[in-house]
Design a protein around this ligand. Structure first.
Ligand code: GCO
Ligand code: MG
Length: 444
């Protein structure tokens, strides 16, 4: 069958530049097979390793994939701040032996097989490890093609990546000053938060502490102070800065779903650009109810690991922005499919881009942002000088726009010697408990 179809392909003039020179019979078939495997010289994976570093105090994990071509390697982001060590084990002890000796060129094939190599799948640890390998292969592909990765994804849809910045403060004065600074730095999109997520400083009576129910270091938030404080914040910022600045806010789960719906309805009058993560992933079923109540744009997804969490929300048009954490979903290969899915439902991207994404991961976000039509907005962070030294070529943000280093691959390198000078902090990095006044655990 192959033989007949290949011959037919020749006859029809399909892919003439490859097949056109072949003239007749068996010789043509032989040459066709040869051509199908020709092209770039073979490139084998020789080593896959995790590199842990914390130049900004945040536990970053980057995967380096080395190849049979001396000096040709790729980097991918596998950062899982709360569980970095198991990710490193998954990379070094499982993905390395799995990938070694395999073809570095066939990224999709590698992804599909590495994905099922653990049989059980879609968890945060293994997805991050997989992302490290996947992104590193894209980086290698770009270097091999002598192109930035966004070119491999179809080229630019925009000249740079529009970003939002984080502005916050404990009271209205501090918030106003922070927003002013953000606008002065050139940002048109501003995320406003009143203190930490859920505004714990507004909740006064941590009865569980007095009762000795849990360590005093656990924090506390109640629903009402957070909700009222957030409405007041929006009222103040909107009336101070006028209608043109785009305002965003992260509920970060933390309140019962029906309270989140009520809050979002109250925020409608301040025209938010989006409200993020109103519900925990366990409460995905509430999105339909939310949609029936308000047209405030909704962004969701940084905690998602499993396609079952995003496919329905997107295809039923229950959210407006998908903001998965690209390494948490398994890498660039997955994220570009998510973006393609979103295009048909007009769900735009807002990839998670906090401090606990490595500069390699931010670059991966940005390369995808540049190439997809349904880009929405990109969360941006400030990289310290130390981080930039460890990761030369990290993306930069100016006037609210992120730009990538215009060289082949993702454009970000790592200075391994310097990275080793910033070991992970002693604290293991777990998510600290947040409780209601009576001690009940609040689910982020
Ligand atoms: C955001 C976030 C982050 C997460 C953090 C968890 O930027 O939207 O919600 O700040 O809380 O990445 O480690
Ligand atoms: Mg968030």
């Amino acid at each position: 069958m192959n033989r007949r179809h290949l011959m037919k392909g020749v006859g029809l003039g399909i892919a003439t530049s490859t097949f056109g020179m072949v003239s007749k019979g068996d010789e043509a078939v032989a040459n066709t097979y040869a051509n199908a495997t020709k092209g770039l010289p073979p490139l084998k994976i020789t080593n896959v390793k995790a590199i842990l570093t914390a130049p900004q105090g945040i536990r970053l994990c980057v995967v380096k994939v080395e190849t049979s071509e001396p000096g040709l390697y790729g980097l991918g982001c596998a950062t899982y701040n709360q569980r970095p060590l198991p990710v490193a084990v998954a990379v070094d002890k499982y993905l390395n032996p799995f990938a070694k000796g395999r073809d570095a060129d066939n990224i999709e094939d590698m992804w599909q097989n590495a994905y099922t190599s653990s049989y059980w799948r879609n968890g945060p640890v293994l997805n991050n490890a997989l992302s490290g390998l996947d992104q590193a292969l894209w980086d290698i592909k770009g270097k091999r093609a002598n192109m930035p990765v966004y070119q491999l994804l179809g080229g630019k849809c925009r000249f740079a990546v529009d970003c939002y910045t984080h502005c916050s403060g404990r009271d209205l004065k501090q918030i106003e000053a922070s927003v002013r600074k953000g606008i002065e730095r050139g940002f048109r999109y501003i995320r406003i938060q009143r203190g930490g997520y859920g505004s714990p400083h507004l909740s006064k009576d941590a009865h569980f502490k007095e009762a000795g129910f849990a360590p005093k270091s656990d924090s506390m938030m109640e629903v009402r102070p957070y909700v009222e404080g957030t409405v007041e914040m929006f009222e103040h910022v909107r009336s101070t800065f006028g209608p043109n600045v785009e305002l965003l806010h992260d509920i970060h789960e933390r309140i019962p779903p029906i309270e989140a719906i009520n809050l979002i309805k109250r925020l409608e009058t301040y025209r938010p650009f989006f409200i993020e993560d109103p519900f925990s992933p366990e409460d995905n079923g509430y999105f339909r109810l939310l949609r029936q109540q308000t047209s405030v744009p909704i962004a969701m997804g940084e905690l998602f690991n499993n396609p079952h969490e995003w496919v329905g929300l997107m295809s039923e048009r229950l959210i407006d922005f998908i903001r998965v954490h690209i390494s948490q979903v398994g890498g660039l290969s997955v994220a570009r499919k998510i973006a393609a899915l979103g295009e048909w439902f007009n769900v735009r991207s807002a990839w998670h881009g906090p401090g606990d994404v490595s500069p390699v991961g931010h670059a991966a976000n940005a390369h995808l942002d540049l190439a997809i039509w349904n880009f929405g907005i990109q969360e941006s962070v400030h990289f310290s000088e130390e981080t930039r030294e460890v990761f030369p070529g990290s993306p930069t943000v100016k006037d609210g726009y992120m730009v990538v280093n215009e060289v082949p691959g993702f454009g970000v390198d790592i200075d391994e010697k310097l990275a080793a000078k910033y070991p992970l902090p002693e604290h293991p990095g777990y998510w600290s408990p947040v409780r209601r006044s009576d001690g009940t655990a609040v689910r982020p």
